[in-house]
Design a protein around this ligand. Sequence first.
Ligand SMILES: NC(=O)c1ccc[n+]([C@@H]2O[C@H](COP(=O)([O-])OP(=O)(O)OC[C@H]3O[C@@H](n4cnc5c(N)ncnc54)[C@H](O)[C@@H]3O)[C@@H](O)[C@H]2O)c1
Length: 320
Amino acid sequence: MEKHHKATRRDMIKKGALGAAAVAASTVLGTGVAQAAKNPVTYQLSGKTAFITGGARGIGLAIAEEMAKAGANIVLFDIASGQIPHVGYAVANEGDLQSAQATIEALNVKCLAIKGDVRSRGDLENAMKQAVASFGSLDIVVANAGVTQVGAMEEFSPEEISVVYDINVEGVVKTTQAAAPIMKQQKSGKMIFIASALGRMGNELFPIYASSKWAVIGIAKSAALSYGRDNILCNVVSPGLVKTKFADNPYVLSKMMPNDPAPTFDKVSEMLRPGNPIDVGHLEPEDVAKAAMIFATDATARVTGEVFDVSYGSLARSIA
Ligand SMILES: NC(=O)c1ccc[n+]([C@@H]2O[C@H](COP(=O)([O-])OP(=O)(O)OC[C@H]3O[C@@H](n4cnc5c(N)ncnc54)[C@H](O)[C@@H]3O)[C@@H](O)[C@H]2O)c1
């Protein structure tokens, strides 16, 4: 019996090795290449619906544009309130949301612009229902809406701490909760979470924000485990500094350059540039949008629970 087992195991190992050799040989000989050419990666999203929180401007709008260019119908979900109590800079307003909708429609796809708050599960559920009623499905959800605080750990009031965790953490959980039942019923879906390079390290100037972005990665990985069997893929894009109104505003800039009477985004970028392996100090929103597209297409059809660092190599020093 024991002898029989050993023989079987040896046979299997032999078969496995032969199989691997056959695959390697076919690839070297070109069969693998020919196979790949038959199924090229497609960036086509025609007939798909992409729902983007915080889509009225910045990274969210850039992702919406990239997906619209690939043919997806778009839902822009944004608070569009101008101000949020206890946030130190202006968020998008109604005008931004309207002009974002016009930008997307000019790309010859359909676009719904919905005012809502990611802190409300009801707002998200209603908006996603509207998306399905209008466009027939909910294929891609981008959990992108977020806010920041800047300063030393002990500076923040309870309200300032709460607003970041309520939007960046609870808002992302609620976005996931609203999307999951629809995607489960479809037996397909892609959730893309926008974290941050600061979700991969500590930071003494952004302690609340950084910890909220660590949480986003935890939510995304947990969602990947929860929904994999339903064919719902959940992945994260973690950008470095991006030129949007989130960072390019007097509140954030004055905290980042406290000794400069006239801080600018470009000065911050120049300050960061020498520390990066490639010669850039910041990203444009389009850079992040192109990375997010990878998770929207079949280039990543078997990928879930992963984090894609899009941060000009700044993490090459710290993440295995
Ligand atoms: N800009 C950066 O340097 C940078 C870097 C890494 C990660 N990020 C992340 O990227 C995401 C987008 O940031 P951005 O730079 O485009 O910022 P942004 O401020 O330009 O855009 C964020 C959008 O989210 C909306 N929003 C905020 N709170 C909301 C809420 N409660 N409900 C619905 N919508 C809400 C805002 O109105 C705004 O349109 C955020 O999660 C941010 O943390 C930004």
